[in-house]
Design a binder for this molecule. Structure first.
Ligand code: NAP
Length: 273
């Protein structure tokens, strides 16, 4: 399959999700976030990832409105924060109000909160049936959290959004998700810039005439993993999307796969009971 900025992958309910998008964690509410989303939509991005806890949903919604891109051409994700597991319906409605939208394309449980996540998921199932969320999924769930959820509910999460990069390649989780038809989505795919100076990564980037950031994003896509690099700078938003004119060779992918060192930039959910 030839990859492009708008190419999609099918979810387990028959809907589709653009494989490539923009993340807006730490994009400041106001002109910084709004301008980033506008730049991305102008550049052809059609998938935006925010969360209630990022406190920038108003700006994301304002940019979507300003962009004039039809709502049904944009895939918008937001997330249920940990302190809202008792009332996911109220939390989603508050997010929709801030976004100025009538539905989200994907609503995720942000973290697998102990003792509360199952109740939250059952409410998400209802929100999905009501159409307030076109798709529902989870984030930071390990295989154990997924198995537990799936054993006690009716809807299989469409997506699991987790930290994923050549330095944390999540082999077991990826295999499990593929088997269960849960699409894996990569957050912090650029390792927040912390691994840009890795020698192997730099060598591969040089070989293709690309930047380390571009190699990291392309590596996710070639694993059929959804990827949402964040930037608030127009030139980087463009750079991160300029990845559809080359392909990392099979040996190059193997070399990148071998960089795994369980390197995380965020909290590790493994020990959450
Ligand atoms: N579900 C979760 O728990 C969770 C956790 C973390 C993240 N996420 C989602 O995943 C998205 C991406 O992850 P992330 O924001 O943690 O990290 P990331 O995308 O790995 O890296 C973002 C950092 O890299 C910089 N950057 C971006 N493009 C660059 C380029 N081409 N060259 C050099 N530097 C570049 C950005 O700075 P500038 O903005 O200044 O360009 C920012 O500091 C988030 O925005 C969020 O939507 C979800």
């Amino acid at each position: 399959m030839k990859l492009s900025i708008t190419c999609t992958r099918e979810l387990n309910n028959g809907n589709t999700i653009p494989l490539f998008g923009l993340g807006v964690y730490q994009a400041r509410q106001g002109s910084e976030c709004e301008q980033a989303v506008l730049s991305a939509l102008e550049a052809g991005y059609r998938h935006i990832d925010t969360a209630a806890i990022y406190r920038n949903e108003e700006s994301v919604g304002a940019a979507i409105k300003k962009s004039k891109v039809p709502r049904d051409e944009i895939f918008l994700t937001t997330k249920l924060w940990n302190s809202d597991h008792d009332d996911p319906e109220g939390a989603l409605k508050a997010s929709l109000k801030r976004l100025g939208l009538s539905y989200v394309d994907l609503y995720l449980i942000h973290w697998p909160v102990e003792k509360k996540r199952l109740h939250a998921w059952h409410i998400l199932e209802k929100l999905y049936k009501k159409g307030l969320a076109k798709n529902i999924g989870v984030s930071n769930f390990t295989v154990r959290h997924l198995k537990d959820l799936m054993a006690k509910s009716n809807v299989v999460p469409a997506v699991n959004q987790v930290e994923f990069s050549p330095f944390l390649n999540q082999t077991d989780l990826l295999a499990f998700c593929e088997k269960e038809k849960i699409a894996l989505e990569a957050y912090s795919p650029l390792t927040k810039g912390e691994k840009f100076k890795d020698k192997t990564l730099m060598t591969i980037a040089k070989k293709y005439g690309k930047t380390p950031a571009q190699i990291l994003i392309r590596w996710c896509l070639q694993h059929d993993v959804i990827v949402i690099p964040k930037s608030v700078r127009k030139e980087r938003i463009l750079e991160n999307a300029d990845i559809f004119d080359f392909e990392i060779s099979a040996p190059g992918m193997k070399t990148l796969d071998n960089l795994n060192e369980e390197y995380r930039t965020s909290w590790d959910p493994t020990d959450i009971p």
